[in-house]
Design a protein around this ligand. Structure first.
Ligand code: NAP
Length: 234
């Protein structure tokens, strides 16, 4: 796989940490972030502690990475938060928090990196959605709606950037065992798995495989696509 400079959001744990370690092992320079401190020690890794919902901090981080390395080849918009609430019990403050991270934060990173990628005439942007969106999962209204907006951003940005050598795609994982789904009951997870074509929990490698595909130089003709794991259909 070709390597380069990659920004990955939400690298302190879960899928983001696995992705950071995977790309470091494959020779990439990784710039990660999370609200907390770094949990990765590697010569080619740098960490910024920020809230991705803070537009100014996101802009500053992207510019700093670019100033240090002279380019940004790829962005993995992984950081996210979930929320399990029945619609009628969902306060506005929950909607605001979930959209601020999942939708606004991902948009800020995409916008700032896309400005650089257009000038470079190449780049890869990968967003993170969820099967909760196409499955119209009951009890996850704020989360699924925030990711529906992420999917729209993916598809519109793909069209706006298509003639500039920048591809924009999204991956929609099934449940993967991380802190994000720690509060979800075994029964709810099983009900969800039963709605997949392939009824098993997702592994980190399932996610990495799809992201690898989006990043490949040979994938320059693939954009605006949303790939769900487990055989879940849109
Ligand atoms: N795990 C699943 O079952 C699953 C299924 C479908 C989709 N996904 C998607 O996959 C992505 C990663 O999920 P995960 O399971 O790895 O979650 P996770 O284990 O909870 O990790 C989330 C990461 O994002 C960071 N983060 C959260 N809010 C942030 C903020 N406002 N600013 C900066 N960093 C923030 C967290 O660090 P701090 O807390 O230190 O900020 C952490 O590093 C998410 O977009 C999620 O929606 C996950």
């Amino acid at each position: 796989m070709k390597s380069g400079v990659i920004i990955i959001t939400g690298t302190s744990k879960g899928i983001g940490r696995h992705l950071a370690e995977h790309y470091l092992a494959n020779g990439w320079i990784v710039a990660g972030c999370s609200r907390g401190e770094s949990t990765i020690g590697h010569d080619n890794y740098s960490h910024t502690s920020l809230d991705i919902g803070d537009e100014k901090d996101v802009t500053r981080m992207v510019r700093t990475v670019h100033a240090k390395h002279g380019k940004v080849d790829a962005l993995l918009n992984n950081a996210g938060r979930a929320s399990m609430n029945a619609a009628l019990l969902t306060p506005g403050s929950t909607l605001e928090k979930v959209f601020r991270t999942n939708t606004f934060g991902s948009f800020y990173f995409a916008r700032e990196t896309a400005k650089l990628m257009i000038r470079q005439k190449q780049g890869r942007i990968v967003f993170f959605t969820t099967v909760a969106r196409p499955l119209r999962l009951e009890g996850e209204i704020a989360y699924a709606a925030s990711k529906a907006a992420v999917e729209s951003i993916t598809q519109i940005l793909a069209r706006e950037l298509g003639s500039n050598g920048v591809t924009v795609n999204a991956i929609g994982p099934t449940p993967v065992k991380t802190d994000l789904i720690r509060g979800v009951s075994d029964n709810s997870i099983q009900n969800l798995l039963d709605r997949q074509a392939i009824k098993r929990i997702g592994e980190f490698e399932d996610v990495t495989n799809v992201v690898d595909f989006f990043l490949k130089p040979e994938s320059s003709f693939v954009t605006g696509q949303i790939i769900y794991l487990g055989g879940v259909e849109n």
